[in-house]
Design a protein around this ligand. Structure first.
Ligand SMILES: Nc1ncnc2c1ncn2[C@@H]1O[C@H](COP(=O)(O)OP(=O)(O)OP(=O)(O)O)[C@@H](O)[C@H]1O
Length: 236
């Protein structure tokens, strides 16, 4: 459905993404992990259109989108959340969701999404009165209300405690079953990613060093060394 071919991105002397090729199937839940500075956010920015690659191509359902604006890509079904929250602070929860519904691709948001993400009783509250966790959940529901083909989540569990993270995992599993969109999820919480994702892509210094099931990736010595750190090998 979404295909990246030989994607490269340099910022001056920093080669942030190196020759990345990957394919995301419709409805797939893919994790993207890697150490700080591995290039994860840059890759998401390249897919969503905030950045243009130095080389390589991106296609959505066979159509090239490499040079299209973020706005055009959003209309075609690529949605995302940000590491830093971007809800409309002075609008209510419901208004935030409605803005996305109108901007979206037409299909209605399954009402149950509002329940799954625990926002039903908070619909009339202003977004800036919500807890941090609720603002993060609102961002996801807003992304879903666009009815995307792929929703990219940049560190959705950041700042959440274990209980909240588990609930988020359950809600995202519901999304996978009910919302008919693929998820591309960056997070540093490995347990969260391993429980949620069928396949995981591992980036290190801008390049893909492994891809596979959570089990395959965890056992990969390159991942153990690069991602978990030099010391992790001695514990494995
Ligand atoms: N706009 C930019 N200008 C210059 N360098 C950048 C820019 N954006 C990212 N970089 C550099 O590109 C590399 C990859 O950064 P990126 O933020 O994509 O990594 P990341 O894997 O998302 O890291 P983290 O887990 O810390 O969020 C880093 O060396 C970073 O400093």
């Amino acid at each position: 459905m979404l295909e990246l071919n030989g994607i490269d991105k340099s910022f001056g002397g920093v080669h942030a993404v190196r020759n990345v090729s990957l394919t995301l199937a419709a409805g797939e839940v893919r994790g993207l992990i890697g150490p700080n500075g591995a290039g994860k956010s840059t890759l998401v920015n390249l897919i969503s259109g905030l950045l243009v690659p130095t080389a390589g191509t991106i296609t959505l359902e066979g159509q090239p989108i490499t040079r299209q604006s973020a706005h055009e890509r959003a209309r075609k079904g690529i949605a995302r959340t940000f590491q830093n929250l971007r809800v409309f602070p002075s609008l209510s929860v419901e208004q935030n969701i409605d803005v996305a519904r109108y901007a979206g691709r037409g299909a209605p948001l399954p009402e149950a999404a509002i329940d799954e993400f625990g926002l039903r009783r908070k619909l009339t509250q202003r977004a800036n009165a919500l807890s941090y966790g609720d603002q993060r959940r609102l961002e996801i529901v807003r992304g879903l209300a666009l009815r995307p083909k792929v929703l990219m989540l940049d560190e959705p569990a950041a700042g959440m405690n274990e209980e909240e993270t588990e609930a988020l995992g359950r809600a995202l599993t519901w999304v996978q079953r009910e919302a008919e969109c693929a998820l591309f999820v960056i997070d540093h919480d490995l347990k969260f990613i391993m429980n949620l994702c069928e396949r995981i892509t591992v980036l290190d210094m801008g390049a893909i060093i492994a891809e596979g099931t959570p089990e395959e990736v965890t056992k990969n010595p390159k991942v153990v060394t690069a991602y978990l750190g030099e010391d992790a090998g001695t514990d494995a």
